[in-house]
Design a protein. Structure first.
Length: 218
């Protein structure tokens, strides 16, 4: 089973092998008993297994991360899988901006797993180290492009004020277009849901790895 996890990582992974090993062996990174013991492919029932096999083909964390709790509700997990397939691979939002939006949500939620997973993906997509560093430090990033500024302002205002001003909406529509505004809202809202799932399940970073956000950090 561990070999299957490592194969998926080699083909599709952006995260360290330690994540796969830690989750496959059921070793909690936070020292507590896991709320949801890590599933393996062999443990999945007839309803879960078809989705589990699809997840293994595309997921850099195997059945870990949000998939571990989600698979306890197979119909929901399938619907989320289909939504994430669009929002990650087929969205109209360019990948650097899409990953930036995910990181903004991860930072607002202090979601250790979301940040741990997506900061490397954002960097690989072309988001600058300085923007990632500023965001992690809970600062408005300096040196953003006009498109990055729109994404930051739009996601931040919508997530914190639960509204978007007319001025910002028009700026976003002019800079990104209507479809990207809709897709940007969808990815931000979806990753709030993912952050909730991870928080509820107390899914953490791999054993032996330092969480991105220290205790007591705002």
């Amino acid at each position: 089973m561990l070999r299957r996890f490592l194969t998926a990582t080699a083909l599709f992974g952006a995260l360290p092998i330690a994540w796969i090993a830690a989750n496959a062996l059921g070793l909690p990174a936070n020292g507590k008993e896991p709320r949801f013991p890590q599933l393996t492919l062999d443990q999945l029932d007839a309803e879960q297994r078809p989705l589990g096999e699809k997840i293994m083909k595309i997921s850099s964390v195997g059945l870990g991360g949000p998939y571990n709790p989600m698979l306890r509700s197979p119909v929901y997990a399938q619907r989320m899988y289909d939504l994430l397939d669009y929002l990650r691979w087929h969205t109209s939002v360019p990948t650097p901006l899409n990953e930036f939006a995910i990181l903004i949500i991860a930072r607002q939620w202090r979601s250790q797993v979301e940040w741990y997973a997506h900061a490397p993906l954002a960097k690989k997509a072309g988001l600058s180290d300085s923007i990632i560093s500023d965001l992690k430090a809970n600062r408005r990033p300096a040196g953003m492009s006009a498109e990055e500024e729109v994404v930051y302002d739009f996601v931040t205002e919508l997530a914190t004020k639960h509204a978007v001003s007319d001025e910002l909406f028009e700026r976003a529509k002019k800079r990104l277009g209507e479809q990207q505004v809709v897709d940007l809202t969808a990815v931000a809202g979806t990753y709030v849901g993912v952050a909730m799932m991870l928080a509820m399940a107390e899914e953490s970073v791999p054993a032996g790895k330092t969480p991105p956000f220290a205790d007591g950090e705002p």
